[in-house]
Design a protein around this ligand. Sequence first.
Ligand code: GMT
Length: 376
Amino acid sequence: MNIGITCYPTYGGSGVVATELGKSLAEKGHKVHFISYGIPMRLNHLRENIFYHEVEMSNYPLFEFPLYSLALASKIIEVCDYEKLDLMHVHYAIPHSVSAYLAKQILKENYNCKMKFVTTLHGTDITLVGLEPSFLPLVKFSIEKSDGVTAVSKFLKEKTIINYQINKEIEVIPNFVDIEVYKPKEDCVFKSHFAPNGEKILVHISNFRPVKRVPDVIKIFYEVKKKIPTKLILAGDGPDRTECERLVRELKIKNDVYFLGKQEAVVDILNASDLFIMPSQSESFGLSALEAMACGLPTITTSVGGLPELVVHNETGYIAEIGDINRMAKYAIDLLTNPTKYKKFSESARKRAVEFFNKEKIVKQYEEFYQRIINE
Ligand code: GMT
């Protein structure tokens, strides 16, 4: 197949999923054309069958606000016409599915070209941004006009149907992880760097948006640290980072918390750590928790969104209510002080990632879905 993929190229789960999917499809012999305003962050090597088309933005002074959605539609038209795409796959509804719909209509009327497009819903496009009154009608329309729609969890599928009263089949295709890359590594060299005296290590990786509740991670750590020698690794960056740094200084735990900022060496960071903490307010899937599980880390998460579809309470990790810092700290202490239990949870976490969310299995589901849409 000849597939176009549009995603946000910056840090964030939807861009990661789109890029890893494109790389995997290319390895399987499909031609993949990424169309975006920047090169996706995990597309950092030259690869066979992968092409990148940058959306050109006009900086004409009259356009006080960049016309990205229109520029993207134009680029999709150009790529689809020249490259004869079989299908466009857009990740994150806003504005990508609207641009794809516009491109589809223009290709049909002016280029005699029938382009089909699939929209994958990732989370905040449905649960947060899409619900803003200025976007809601557009999101509903472009989802219903997509030739195929997928959601990354059952939760997100149901939320979409209820919130937008969508009258459309939505296929659940969960996120995935490359289990050959994300795997447990014994004796990670970075462990002693972060924990020179053999302390345990809690880790959190996110975009530090309010929805991730990163200050809760710090408060959980503070409670755990009272009972056992522990360090905290915080990787990623975003709006709440300054507030988190302030909190760390206020709690006088500056020497025990590592703010790493945006990092590419996620596998090394996870392998240096013992427990992954995700106390989110909202999470349609929780891709970074899956990456942690694949590396054999038990996870402590909230019970929101799609997290209970990923984490099995009392087996691969623990689930608690939003903001229940004491309970999450108790769970962490329980696991970190019980080596037999920890080992069992760690093995179960890896096993679940391998069995249900491995790249081979999920990419095949996308291929079959594409084929079905193309044949309809
Ligand atoms: O979490 C974010 O704010 C980023 C967002 C994205 O679009 O990159 O993440 C969403 O998509 C990820 C990939 O499907 C999911 O793993 C995240 O759970 C989801 N985030 C939320 O629902 C808050």
